[in-house]
Design a protein around this ligand. Sequence first.
Ligand code: ARG
Length: 471
Amino acid sequence: MTHNTNPSAAKIWSGRFSAPVAESVKSYTASVGFDHRLAPFDIQASLAHAQMLQESGLISQDDCNNIHQGLEVLSQEIETGKFRWNLEDEDVHLNIERRLTQLVGDAGKRLHTARSRNDQVATDIRLYLRHATDQILTLLQRTRLALLDLAQTHAATIMPGFTHLQVAQPVTFGHHLMAYVEMFGRDAQRLSEGRRRINQLPLGAAALAGTSYPIRRERVAELLGFEGVCQNSLDAVSDRDFAIEFCATAALLMTHISRMSEELILWMSPRYNFIRIGDAFCTGSSIMPQKRNPDVPELARGKTGRVFGHLMGLLTLMKAQPLAYNKDNQEDKEPLFDTVDTLLTTLEIFSEMLRDVQVNADTMRRAALEGFSTATDLADYLVKRGHPFRDAHEMVARAVRHAESLSCDLSELPLEQLRTFSDRIDADVYAVLTLEGSVGSRNSLGGTAPEQVAAAIARVRASLLEQGHWF
Ligand code: ARG
């Protein structure tokens, strides 16, 4: 197999130039070092384009067959690592075109009829991002399933619920986990909605103004599985909204991952000791033998920063570009690729790690008992017995102070002592003062009662089944 490795080979577009491009400029402007990952999508788009050209009578059946066969060989070369990417050929598109022409001659040169690298690259990125979106959606649903299973096991496990990181009211651990299932559910919705806008075909816009050849863009869209065709050629080649939108969704998704990471880190610190993450997902310290470090959630929290940065980078990249295509756009790829890679690796590991979380239910329960977490329940009880809420609040504050001085929980105060704060308190108060009574009473839609947690889990499972096509 011969390859074009001649460094002095002329640029495909060099006809107009009288002096060779400086070496420094070649390496400065080349993108093949990173855009070669678009190759499978570039080939996919070329196959569809060639077929449409043939069907429209713009190239012969022979040329079309040659292009198909040549691209087949080229795919193999790329897959097996035999393909030699050449900086001289600037980017993925020109590398592929050059090799195709070596393989099949003039048919390779005819492939570029009625298209430009401007609509080509826009098409490739959309195909790439559509594929990445589907992969991310699959991993996101896997992560949600891991959380659902853990929530189901712990639908009735009691932990302190916090506001201001102070013990507030008891909640169930299942309920807490389901909050993340909701967040990731919205992320999945945003990804699916964004996918519709990614899934529009730019090809046929050519360099910027459309083409004089009688092409059939709808046919290419159909062959590539696009839902529609970009309606304005200038917009088609210069629009990167879909990439920015994807990065915004990614930033929000990572925000959720990062918040969860923060909690996992706190919960597994010996101060909390609420959970244990399996050894496979922890790391040790080189000098402190006792350490088990939560490196995975820490790194995920850290990687959130680069994903935010990429969003800002893309917005800034686009903000001052006049229509239509500018070389600036080449800078869209690395942030986009890194965002996709970060999401894929992070979700992959989280979907597995969340299946390796052991819960120290006793420690959680003790922590819920420590902070007078049922004080609100006592206040609500007093309101139901006819005290105005503000008075009830004051009575309970005094009861808490009393229990604190005895180093016991409200539920441990004998009835006659509780009655010194309000003579409307009866023995049935203990049903609300216990942790189980407290969480069980929050039994309306979206509440923490185990019954509501079970219902929430069932709702999400049913919706996941409906969207089964993501698996
Ligand atoms: N490598 C280029 C990019 O990523 C492809 C499009 C080049 N078009 C051009 N007119 N120079 O944007």
